[in-house]
Design a protein. Structure first.
Length: 127
C-alpha cells in the first residue's frame, strides 16, 4: 500500500470518528458532510440508512443511548483499492469501560469521502 493510500484511509477514518463523536445537530451535520458523500450509506445490524440526514440521525441516536461515551479507533486502518477496514470501541469518558466494540469496512469515493460503511458489532452490553 502506498503512503498516499494509507493517508487517504486514515484521513477518512479520522473524519468518520469525528462525525460519531461530534455533539450538537449543526456540528454533527457538518462533520457527516465532511466524512460521507451526499448519497453515502451506513449499514450495521441495527441500522440501514442513506444520505447525510439518515446517517446523522443514527449517530445522534447512539449519542442519546450512550451519553458520556465516545467512539475510539483500536488498532490500525488496513486498506486496499478504495476499501478499508478498522476496529473501534465505544468508551466511557468517565471510567474507561467499553461495553460496545466493532469493526467497520468502508468504501471511499474519488474525493476521499466515505461512500459506504458496513459495520459489525463484536461486543454489546448484556441485555
Amino acid at each position: 500500500m502506498t503512503s498516499s493510500a494509507r493517508t487517504a484511509y486514515e484521513t477518512a477514518v479520522a473524519r468518520y470518528f469525528e462525525a460519531w463523536n461530534t455533539q450538537g445537530a449543526d456540528d454533527r451535520a457538518k462533520a457527516v458532510a465532511a466524512a460521507w458523500t451526499e448519497d453515502g450509506t451506513y449499514t450495521d445490524p441495527l441500522a440501514d440508512v442513506a444520505g447525510h440526514e439518515g446517517i446523522a440521525a443514527v449517530i445522534a441516536g447512539a449519542g442519546e443511548q450512550f451519553p458520556g461515551f465516545e467512539f475510539r479507533q483500536t488498532g490500525t486502518v488496513d486498506g486496499h483499492h478504495d476499501t478499508a477496514r478498522f476496529t473501534w470501541e465505544l468508551v466511557s469518558v468517565a471510567d474507561g469501560s467499553a461495553p460496545v466494540a466493532g469493526s467497520d469496512v468502508i468504501t471511499l469515493a474519488e474525493d476521499g469521502r466515505i461512500r459506504t460503511v458496513l459495520g459489525f458489532l463484536d461486543r454489546l452490553p448484556a441485555a
